[in-house]
Design a protein around this ligand. Structure first.
Ligand code: GLN
Length: 291
C-alpha cells in the first residue's frame, strides 16, 4: 500500500528545523531537544546516530511535539520542565518559566544570608511559581527556613511537587496574595520576582509570553502595581537589618530604588543580569541601634 518513507534522525531533524523556522529563534536546538525528548535520548546520542531510523510511533510522537512548538508553545511547557540553578524543575502553564536572570536574585540572597550570624534564617519567596527561587535557596541554605507564597493553587501544586522531588523539607508553601496570608510571619530576607511588565506592552502578545500566566507577567499600566505593594508592605514583615531583594524590568531600577528609599530602606543597590541590564534591586531594613 502507501509508501512508508523512512525517517532517520537526521532527516527528522532537518524537516523539523524547516517547520520551526518561522516560529522559533532557535529552530535547530528546538528540533534536537524535542527529538531527544520523544526518543528518550541525549543530544549527543542524536549526533552519533544520525542514520538511525525512527519507527512510526516515534516519528508521529515527534511530529506532535513539533506541531505544538510550531503553534508557539514554549519548549519548557512541551517538555514539562526547565533547569534553574542546579534543579530540574517541573513547570506548567500555571507557572512562569524560570529565567536565567532570576539566578542572580538567588546569588544576592545567598550573599546576604552569608553575612548573617543567625543560625536559622527565615526567608520568603513571594510569587514562587514553580518554586524556583524558594527551592534554589532551600537547597543552598539547608539551615534556613523558606516560606514560599503564591496566590495560584495550581502553581503551588507544581512547586510542592518540585520540593518533593528534591526532598527539600525546609520550605513551607502558603497560598496568599503577597503578604496577605503571612500575618504571623517575620523574615530576614524577602525575595520576589513579581510581575512587572506594563499591561499594554506588545511583548505580552508575542512569542513564549503569550503562553505564560498573565498574572505572573503583567502589573498595571506602568508595571509597578505589584513592586509598589511589596515594597510598601515589606518593612512590616522584615526583621531589623533584613533585606528585600527584587527582580524588575530593565528600565525599572531607578524607580525601584526610589520606592525603597521612600519606605526607609538603606544600603540600596542594583545588580545587572547577564545581558548587562539592571535587573535585581535590593535594600536593607534599617538596624535600630540601641542608644
Ligand atoms: N523577565 C520576564 C520577561 O520579561 C518577566 C518576568 C516577570 O514579569 N517577573 O520575559
Amino acid at each position: 500500500m502507501g509508501n512508508t518513507i523512512k525517517k532517520t534522525v537526521q532527516s527528522a531533524l532537518s524537516d523539523a528545523m524547516l517547520a520551526l523556522f518561522e516560529t522559533s529563534t532557535s529552530p535547530e536546538i528546538d528540533a534536537e531537544v524535542l527529538l531527544g525528548h520523544s526518543l528518550g535520548q541525549s543530544r549527543a546520542w542524536l549526533l552519533t546516530y544520525q542514520e538511525e531510523e525512527l519507527d512510526e510511533k516515534q516519528y508521529s510522537e515527534f511530529q506532535r511535539l513539533v506541531d505544538r512548538r510550531k503553534q508557539g508553545e514554549p519548549i519548557a511547557y512541551i517538555l514539562g520542565n526547565r533547569e534553574f540553578w542546579s534543579l530540574n524543575l517541573n513547570v506548567s502553564p500555571a507557572t512562569l518559566i524560570p529565567r536565567p536572570e532570576t539566578e542572580i536574585l538567588v546569588e544576592v540572597a545567598i550573599e546576604k544570608a552569608s553575612l548573617s550570624t543567625k543560625n536559622t534564617l527565615s526567608i520568603a519567596d513571594l510569587g514562587t511559581g514553580s518554586g524556583a527561587i524558594a527551592l534554589a535557596l532551600a537547597s543552598e541554605l539547608p539551615a534556613a527556613f523558606i516560606t514560599a507564597v503564591d496566590q495560584s493553587k495550581e502553581a503551588l501544586a507544581v512547586a510542592i511537587q518540585n520540593a518533593e522531588t528534591y526532598q527539600l523539607s525546609n520550605v513551607e508553601f502558603i497560598s496568599s496574595n503577597w503578604f496577605d496570608g503571612l500575618l504571623e510571619h517575620q523574615f530576614d530576607l524577602i525575595c520576589s520576582n513579581p510581575p512587572y511588565i506594563e499591561t499594554q506592552d506588545p511583548h505580552l502578545q508575542q512569542g513564549d509570553l503569550r503562553f505564560e500566566p498573565h498574572s505572573a507577567l503583567a502589573s498595571g499600566p506602568d508595571g509597578f502595581f505589584d513592586l509598589q505593594q511589596i515594597i510598601a508592605k515589606a518593612p512590616h514583615y522584615l526583621n531589623d537589618g533584613g533585606w528585600l531583594i527584587l527582580e524588575h524590568g530593565f528600565q525599572q531600577a531607578m524607580r525601584t530604588q526610589t520606592l525603597l528609599e521612600e519606605h526607609g530602606f538603606v544600603n540600596i543597590d542594583t545588580r545587572e543580569d547577564y545581558a548587562g541590564h539592571p535587573r535585581i534591586t535590593f535594600g536593607q531594613k534599617q538596624l535600630i541601634q540601641a542608644l
